[in-house]
Design a protein around this ligand. Structure first.
Ligand code: NDP
Length: 614
């Protein structure tokens, strides 16, 4: 194994991927397995580079002093264009003599070229440290969305234009001159197929409290679910009224486990049906795009039909209510087994298929956060399937079972108004998620987090058994609300839903097609990665408008349960904590991805989730 050439902390010159330009970077770490250096640019952007793309600073200083051997034009160029200049700008203060008149003409020509190419330059190259504002894709003012199509087209301009741009800069080592042709073709591939993104490498910044934190979470999360379910069954579910622990043998029932397995595989069968369109996900770090079948809504319709048949056949759905704890234990056992399988198989996965956030090398951390980004069996995507099907649809079925249990236990001919509200609001949320299934492909869960215990447990246990807590609570603790109160809560839910849906759609549409005429009135800050950051519309209101809408809805789901106990408010309290933490994680990732452009965005949009509060 070759030894590393550059040490951590060393300041070196790193080539900007796909170009012949080198910029000052600091080595932050080295991945022995992938043989990649993680380097940090002055604005905070981090990239993984091969050793061949890194030079010592001295090789560049040496080149500068070789003026006598350079042609006049090159000499002048190398002097006037220090590393601190933007590649997109002409040199200032250049001394011009008669012998340089030709060069002067050339300069004029270059200036014209530079002006016309100013837009793509910040996308194609990593400029110098003293001009971070520009190379982070920040023009003098934010771009109207109508220009985004120009940016994208410019990105794909042919080699000739690339060549002209490259020839304007002399910030390259001599060896690279020979390699230019090779790099042009590499450039083309890079720009057309592969976005400027970090190659999967070792995760350095551990989240969730690192190894100890994730270990504690593996124990605490299931304990919380069981605590909440036990509390909910109590007549007085006050916080201080700790529930008695059930006998261990009462927690397991093979029949219940069998039903759970049947449910899981029924959903898997629906997922495999060749109905619904097939779409591509966002590009992976390798440039590859995975294909996903969008048929979650059909799966929901088929499930509804199956439940209808069961009810018609007099199957007592409140069986779910009676055995809820055993179902939760079965789901936990299954998610644990699934997580172990996922971790074991991830050990054989190629480096580039590992999750950017779950590749620390620490077993417990990677097991929790998920080691492999998109584990698949053939075309069956395990994470994508679990994300929206068995747990999310299961949540609606549990809610329905609670509604029927309430009617049976309290001998009602119609469910209570509170129960109707909770069921309807949450049904809307689930149907919306399935209807807009494609939008899940641009979320953090799919693009950043691996599939491990966190998502397996979250999707299969936490969502169905904790999110249905309000309905479960209402069965044992009937709450009466008046029609005006019900109307006010409904309005609140609609406001939350409107913000949530329009914010998510706006971002999703913008990511999928920035040139969409429907988004032409929106402004955005371009970034060095080629992606823009919206600064008007919902994403100019707060930095996570979708979280705001989601939290408003969460409150509307709890309010029908009245104010007798805090238990039904667990969801909204937990959800605020979750989204505040998730927002911080996302900020961190975005800061790494977009550097100064992200800071500029934060200045333009100062509030994270709650306007004027946070
Ligand atoms: P988001 O959908 O909010 O995605 C965040 C990403 O959006 C960023 O990483 C960035 O990615 C992009 N982005 C950020 N700012 C901008 C901008 N100004 N312009 C354009 N793109 C921007 O993240 P989540 O995956 O966390 O949430 C998705 C939805 O799921 C939310 O509505 C959330 O409320 C909901 N959710 C629900 C949960 C539940 O349990 N009910 C749990 C978690 C989330 P990039 O630039 O790389 O595209």
């Amino acid at each position: 194994m070759p030894s590393r050439k550059f040490a951590d902390g060393e300041v070196v010159m790193g080539r900007w991927p796909g170009s012949v330009l080198y910029y000052e970077v600091q080595v932050t770490s080295y991945d022995d397995v992938a043989h990649l250096y993680t380097v940090k640019y002055k604005d905070g952007t981090e990239l993984a580079l091969k050793e061949s793309d890194i030079r010592s600073q001295s090789s560049f200083k040496h080149r500068k002093s070789q003026s006598s051997s350079s042609s006049p034009s090159r000499r002048s160029s190398s002097r006037s264009r220090s590393r601190s200049r933007s590649p997109g700008r002409p040199a200032k203060g250049r001394r011009r003599s008669a012998s340089q008149s030709r060069e002067h003409k050339d300069d004029k020509k270059k200036t014209v070229q530079e002006t016309s190419l100013a837009l793509p330059v910040f996308i194609l190259f990593k400029p110098s440290e003293n001009n971070t504002k520009r190379y982070n894709g920040e023009p003098e003012s934010t771009e109207k969305n109508a220009t985004s199509c120009i940016i994208l087209e410019q990105k794909l301009k042919p080699d000739l234009e690339m060549k002209r741009v490259l020839e304007q800069y002399s910030l390259r080592s001599r060896k690279d001159d020979k390699k230019k042709e090779e790099i042009y073709s590499e450039k083309k591939t890079f720009v057309a197929v592969k976005p400027i993104e970090k190659v999967s490498t070792k995760t350095k910044d551990l989240e969730f409290g690192g190894r100890i934190g994730t270990f504690m979470l593996i124990l605490l999360l299931p304990a919380t679910v069981f605590y909440l379910l036990l509390m909910c069954k109590q007549d007085d579910p006050s916080l201080l009224n700790f529930p008695p622990l059930p006998a261990l043998e009462s927690l397991w029932d093979w029949r219940v486990f069998g039903i759970f397995i049947l449910w899981f595989f029924l959903q898997a069968a629906f997922y495999l049906l060749p109905i619904g369109k097939v779409v591509e996900g966002l590009p992976l770090s390798s440039g590859r795009k995975l294909q996903y079948r969008i048929n979650g809504f059909y799966a929901f319709i088929l499930t509804a039909a199956a439940i209808g048949v069961l009810l018609y056949l007099q199957f007592e759905l409140h069986y779910l209510y009676d055995h809820l704890m055993q179902f939760a234990v079965s789901a936990l056992a299954f998610s644990l087994a699934l997580s172990i399988y996922l971790y074991v198989r991830s050990l054989k996965a190629p480096e580039e298929e590992l999750a950017p956030g779950g590749n620390s090398g620490y077993f417990i951390y990677d097991f929790f956060t998920g080691h492999e980004l998109n584990p698949r069996i053939g075309s069956f995507d395990l994470k994508y399937f679990c994300e929206l099907r068995p747990g999310l649809i299961g949540w609606v079925v549990i809610n329905l079972a609670m509604l029927l249990a309430e009617m049976k236990i309290h001998n009602l001919s119609v469910p209570s108004l509170s129960m109707i509200l909770v069921n309807s609001f949450q049904l809307l949320y689930v149907v919306d998620a399935l209807w807009n299934e494609e939008a899940v492909l641009t979320t953090m869960d799919i693009t950043h987090d691996g599939f491990g215990f966190m998502l397996a447990f979250g999707d299969l246990v936490w969502v169905p058994f904790v999110y249905s807590l309000q309905a479960f609570y209402l069965v044992g603790h009937p709450t009466t609300i008046t029609w005006p109160v019900a109307a006010a809560i409904t309005v609140l839910n609609c406001i939350g839903y409107y913000i949530f849906r329009s914010a998510n759609s706006q971002k999703n549409n913008f990511r999928r097609n920035p040139a969409d005429p429907k988004l032409a009135n929106l402004k955005f800050i371009p970034t060095a990665t080629g992606k823009g950051l919206l600064v008007t519309g919902w994403w100019g209101f707060v930095r996570h408008p979708n979280y705001l809408g989601d939290i408003i809805m969460a409150l509307a789901w709890s309010l029908p349960c009245g104010f007798n106990h805090i238990l039904p408010y667990f969801y909204v309290i937990y959800f605020i904590c979750l989204l505040v933490h998730r927002e911080a994680r996302d900020e961190h990732h975005c800061k790494q991805k977009y550097g100064l452009a992200w800071e500029r965005y934060c200045q333009r949009v100062p509030y994270r989730i709650f306007p004027y509060i946070y």
